[in-house]
Design a protein around this ligand. Structure first.
Ligand code: NAP
Length: 259
């Protein structure tokens, strides 16, 4: 049995859609106060309205994570609204595709600015309140793509997701004496609104590549993030948890067909 996290202050960047929204829902169901951040206010409002059905305390803030000043404002607003910050879920990310031969410096910069630098800026902005809480938790959403696997068109994306893991290992050491842990969740193929738009045939094909025979649900990620946020996970830091239904395990197509 884990100690309840009722009343804890949680920020979820990229909380208006997909995995971030799922993480927010899990934390709200656990009784936390959650601030969801993203660029599009309309999407934030729609998510907040849906999340309010949990009965939990949810609010929104427009934030561009690649802007360090905006991240600092996010931390300030969370402290104003909740009195503290106990958990930061640095989840905001983009995944445009472009082959290496066509990739422009702008393509590379945009992906690194959002996925990697945006993670660092959000973490830096929340450090003082996280330390003050005495049990600060940071959960970074990385990916299997980059750290463990590749996919044509995603060399820049994969690099940004691997960079997050390089970052957390040293950050974990620097933050250890402040009693802040920092860990990463690595999703496989997760069913989000964006994926649903690609149609049932596409979803079925993707599910067939997963040993468990299904795509991940956003709650699968939320539950993993919640675990890292518990008091009981306080001795785990600098680590990565793959949440993929076994997707990275088959060593060949033949291995998958043998299941
Ligand atoms: P999504 O549904 O597109 O949601 C992305 C979220 O991030 C949205 O709330 C978006 O809101 C926000 N966002 C994007 N750029 C931002 C920026 N510059 N500043 C602030 N917020 C920003 O994506 P998702 O699939 O849930 O992905 C979430 C995370 O999981 C990403 O880090 C992604 O790399 C990772 N991931 C996803 C999967 C998967 O299968 N879905 C697999 C592996 C890893 P706005 O657009 O309004 O800003």
């Amino acid at each position: 049995m884990f100690t309840p996290i009722t009343g804890r202050s949680v920020i979820v960047t990229g909380g208006s859609k997909g995995i971030g929204r799922g993480i927010a829902e899990v934390f709200l169901n656990a009784g936390a106060q959650v601030l969801i951040a993203g660029r599009d206010q309309t999407a934030l409002d729609a998510a907040a309205q849906a999340l309010a059905r949990t009965g939990g305390q949810v609010s929104t803030l427009q934030v561009e994570v690649s802007d360090p000043a905006a991240c600092h404002r996010m931390a300030q607003v969370a402290v104003e609204r909740h009195g503290s910050i106990d958990v930061l879920c640095a989840n905001a990310g983009i995944f445009p595709t472009v082959r290496l031969t066509d990739m422009t410096p702008h393509d590379l910069e945009t992906v690194m600015a959002t996925n990697f630098k945006g993670t660092v800026y959000a973490v830096q902005a929340c450090l003082a309140p996280l330390e003050k809480s005495g049990h600060g938790r940071i959960v970074v959403t990385s990916s299997i793509t980059g750290p463990l696997t590749g996919f044509p068109g995603w060399s820049h994306y994969g690099a940004s997701k691997a960079a997050q893991l390089g970052f957390i290992r040293t950050a974990a050491m620097e933050l250890a004496r402040s009693k802040i842990t920092i860990n990463a969740i690595l999703p496989g193929n997760i069913r989000t609104e964006g994926l649903d738009d690609l149609g049932q045939d596409y979803l079925d094909q993707m599910a067939a590549t997963v040993p468990q025979g299904r795509l991940g649900e956003v709650a699968d990620l939320g539950n993993a993030a919640l675990f890292f946020a518990t008091d009981e996970a306080g001795y785990i830091t600098g680590q990565s948890l793959v949440i993929d239904g076994g997707q990275v395990l088959p060593e060949s197509l033949m291995a998958l067909q043998e299941i």
